[in-house]
Design a protein around this ligand. Structure first.
Ligand SMILES: Cc1cc2nc3c(=O)[nH]c(=O)nc-3n(C[C@H](O)[C@H](O)[C@H](O)COP(=O)(O)OP(=O)(O)OC[C@H]3O[C@@H](n4cnc5c(N)ncnc54)[C@H](O)[C@@H]3O)c2cc1C
Length: 418
């Protein structure tokens, strides 16, 4: 049996290992002491803490859903919950999400200005937008841009939205037509009636439950930070063991150094160094009781952009009667800044725990896909493969990471490696 080393036991590494384990001898190496990567959770004072985000699961890919549900008892181990997102424009005013379908909930003068914007936009013909600001202004109008899209997205991306190329957000942008926005406002369309309007969430232990189950029956060496992989004859040596193939699911920034003695990646080093990303500070808090799953925060008075009401996803996530949630800040903020911010925020958040994670959002520039593609082609010849959010610098959700693993498994099995 061919031997395969998988570096990293996040969703990507666990998925590819499960997919290949019956036909190959697969061993995973993980630097943390448990599986999950970004989807890891902890228990703090009896509350479930998603140390990054507040991971929920769904997929538009039937093949991914079929594959995923083989591992779980959907009825007994998961809840299916409707999305119920809302926007806190200020500390007392909640507006439905997405805002363009809920303009009827805004102040009268704002609703009227939005109607004027739609009339103006309906007459405009122009070239395709070149950047994120142009896209938002030409799709939703200046009123919603100034009120919500600009302040919210500047908190998320921490830069002038003119400098955000649309390639960053490919496939992630809402594209409602003017007719759809008018129709949805007339009909008070509910988010829960829209496509992908619900998600699955484990009844116990949050997304750690998913990671733990996917890790079952796999050979995983924990607490192994792989810093060097070398080639001997035609085999790869990882931690003293010999393998035929290596699937790298770590961070591409580490890749050239790990393989420096055996792969010629010299021409990729500088462009890889130049890749940009954001980190996230995730703050577990007690919050006021509310019916929401996510609360979006455009208000410039504080720098957090989102509360994920994880305590509403499963009652077992809360210790007792107080609701808990994760409050997200893009990049690092200190404990003192967290305190100052929480004091200004709606839903009276009280700090329980926080963690900063350096790599959470890869930023795709126009050239990123080509760069990664070229590197993948070059190293596949040597039986080395890149897979995962930071290995491929792709804005993958869990299901997209699983789909990428399924595609790679098929290519490896069919020996179509390039
Ligand atoms: C804030 C936020 C919210 C999100 N919310 C959702 C959501 O609700 N639903 C959803 O589907 N997706 C969500 N996602 C996306 C989801 O987190 C990712 O798609 C998924 O976790 C990516 O898994 P991965 O295995 O590719 O990467 P990672 O989770 O980063 O895993 C990489 C693993 O490799 C290990 N590793 C790295 N280098 C080495 C090394 N040298 N040696 C050994 N081990 C190494 C790491 O420790 C880690 O365990 C969210 C992401 C973020 C940032």
């Amino acid at each position: 049996m061919e031997k395969i080393a998988v570096i990293g036991a996040g969703v990507s590494g666990l998925s590819i290992a499960q997919l290949l384990k019956d036909k190959y001898s697969v061993k995973l190496f993980e630097k943390a002491s448990r599986p999950g990567g970004l989807i890891k959770c902890e228990i703090v004072d009896g509350n479930l803490y998603h140390t990054v985000g507040g991971h929920v699961f769904n997929s538009k890919y039937p093949a991914v859903l079929d594959w995923f549900w083989q591992f779980f008892d959907r009825e007994n181990e998961f809840s299916k919950t409707p999305r119920n997102a809302s926007i806190a424009l200020d500390n007392s005013r909640m507006v439905g999400y997405p805002i363009e379908n809920h303009a009827y909930m805004l102040e009268e003068k704002t609703t009227k200005a939005f109607i004027q914007d739609l009339l103006t936009l309906s007459k405009q013909t122009g070239s395709a937008p070149d950047n994120f600001e142009e896209f938002l202004r030409t799709r939703f109008g200046n009123t919603l841009y100034d009120l919500y899209f600009q302040p919210y997205n500047e908190k998320v991306w921490r830069r002038n939205l003119k400098q955000v190329p649309l390639s960053w957000l490919e496939g992630k942008l809402p594209m409602p037509t003017i007719e759809e926005m008018i129709y949805n406002n007339f009909n008070h369309a509910k988010e829960e009636n829209m496509v992908h309007s619900s998600f699955y969430y484990p009844k116990q232990n949050g997304s750690q439950f998913i990671a733990n189950r996917l890790a079952e029956n796999l050979d995983i060496a924990y607490d192994q930070d792989i810093t060097s992989i070398v080639k001997k004859d035609i085999k790869w040596i990882v931690n003293g063991e010999t393998f035929d193939k290596v699937i790298f699911c770590g961070n591409i920034k580490d890749f050239p150094n790990i393989f420096k003695n055996s792969l010629n990646t010299a021409s990729f080093v500088k462009p890889i160094e130049a890749l940009e990303s954001h980190g996230t500070t995730s703050v577990l808090c007690e919050i006021d009781t509310n019916p929401y799953s996510w609360i979006y925060l455009p208000n410039r008075a504080y720098s957090s952009h989102r509360i994920i009401c994880t305590g509403n996803f499963a009652m077992s996530n809360n210790n007792g009667t107080k609701l808990t949630g994760t409050i997200e800040f893009t990049d690092y903020i200190s404990r003192d800044e967290i305190t100052t911010n929480l004091a200004k925020m709606p839903f009276t958040p009280k700090h329980i725990a926080h963690q900063y994670t350096e790599y959470t959002y890869p930023i795709q520039e126009k050239t990123t896909k080509d760069l990664i593609h070229e590197l993948k082609q070059a190293v596949a010849k040597e039986q080395v493969f890149l897979l995962g959010r930071f290995a491929e610098w792709e804005y993958y959700n869990m299901d997209a990471a699983m789909k990428a693993a399924m595609d790679l498994a098929t290519r490896i099995e069919k020996n179509k490696l390039r």
